[in-house]
Write a protein that binds this ligand. Structure first.
Ligand SMILES: NC(=O)c1ccc[n+]([C@@H]2O[C@H](COP(=O)([O-])OP(=O)(O)OC[C@H]3O[C@@H](n4cnc5c(N)ncnc54)[C@H](OP(=O)(O)O)[C@@H]3O)[C@@H](O)[C@H]2O)c1
Length: 264
């Protein structure tokens, strides 16, 4: 029930029809007895600055959750960034502090790794390929290294973004084996689509499924549709599949923790 005491958390996206975070986020708030409600807001990129400027003024704003295409732009609008967000200059959640300042953090990666573990998939020691170098892929790459993958290859349509990400990851994890490469999936036991490919009918596949070895764990960040064309093709090849929704389910707990624990 929304009352005069309710604090709200807009989910900033463009478009916003694909988002799946509000139901589990709102359910988590109810489960904890918190009077906080999430509503999706469709914010075009050119309106982001003005929107955030206005939201800063709103006293019952707990914070914002942010998704495609705003994760990099929002990081530049925060007053401070924590953890992976500070290393990658990208964030997916922003807390409004009591003084109206904004603290950004990034939980896509922790949510992704928690989702894998929750489904019984170990991460440590895997040879991983991630396709993509945008907001979600950056967070996932960071968390995979933190969780101890043996090696990580990053393949992205825009190679310069992959190079920048690898440099950031080397700065955060100097001992890590992380390189840029192609999306040839043959030599990996964990293959992740970290791009937006798969959200729309007719999208190209992020990897050529004929290069997947049976038994490979193939994971998605895309959560709408529930089972993407990549996952369908991977299953037909005898791979183990892991859906994008698991990342959301495990991440809401981290998002609510962060929004609840401001210290300013
Ligand atoms: N499951 C979850 O909890 C969760 C959480 C966050 C995000 N997501 C999903 O993750 C996806 C990406 O979101 P994001 O925030 O990372 O977006 P983003 O920062 O805009 O990054 C998009 C990525 O997709 C690539 N890409 C886009 N169109 C492409 C195409 N036609 N061909 C090849 N590569 C293409 C981009 O490559 P370039 O660098 O070359 O442009 C970039 O690597 C979305 O589907 C989003 O819904 C899921």
């Amino acid at each position: 029930m929304i009352t005069g005491n309710t604090r709200f958390v807009p989910l900033l996206a463009h478009p916003c029809r694909h988002v799946r975070t509000p139901p589990p986020f709102n359910a988590e708030c109810v489960r904890r007895g918190l009077d906080i409600s999430m509503v999706p807001l469709d914010v075009p990129p050119l309106a982001l600055d003005e929107t955030v400027k206005a939201l800063r003024q709103i006293g019952n704003l707990a914070g914002m959750v942010v998704t495609i295409p705003h994760k990099t732009a929002i990081a530049a609008l925060c007053d401070r960034l924590e953890g992976a967000a500070a290393m990658l200059s990208v964030c997916n959640v922003v807390r409004r502090e009591a003084d109206g300042s904004l603290t950004g953090a990034m939980f896509d990666g922790e949510g992704f790794v928690a989702g894998l573990r929750h489904q019984g998939h170990a991460v440590q020691g895997r040879r991983a390929l991630i396709v993509g170098a945008g907001g979600a892929a950056s967070g996932v790459a960071y968390a995979l290294l933190a969780a101890g993958v043996a090696s990580l290859t990053i393949a992205n349509r825009s190679p310069a973004k992959a190079e920048t990400l690898v440099a950031q990851l080397h700065a955060a994890f100097p001992q890590a084996r992380v390189i840029t490469g192609t999306a040839d999936a043959q030599h990996y036991d964990l293959v992740i689509n970290g791009t937006a490919l798969g959200m729309h009918d007719g999208d190209a596949l992020p990897v050529d499924p004929t290069r997947l070895r049976p038994g490979t764990l193939v994971a998605e960040v895309v959560m709408q549709p529930d089972v993407t064309a990549l996952l369908t093709a991977a299953q037909a090849r005898g791979c183990i599949i892991h859906k994008g929704i698991h990342m959301v389910e495990q991440q809401v707990r981290l998002l609510v923790d962060f929004l609840e624990h401001g210290d300013i």
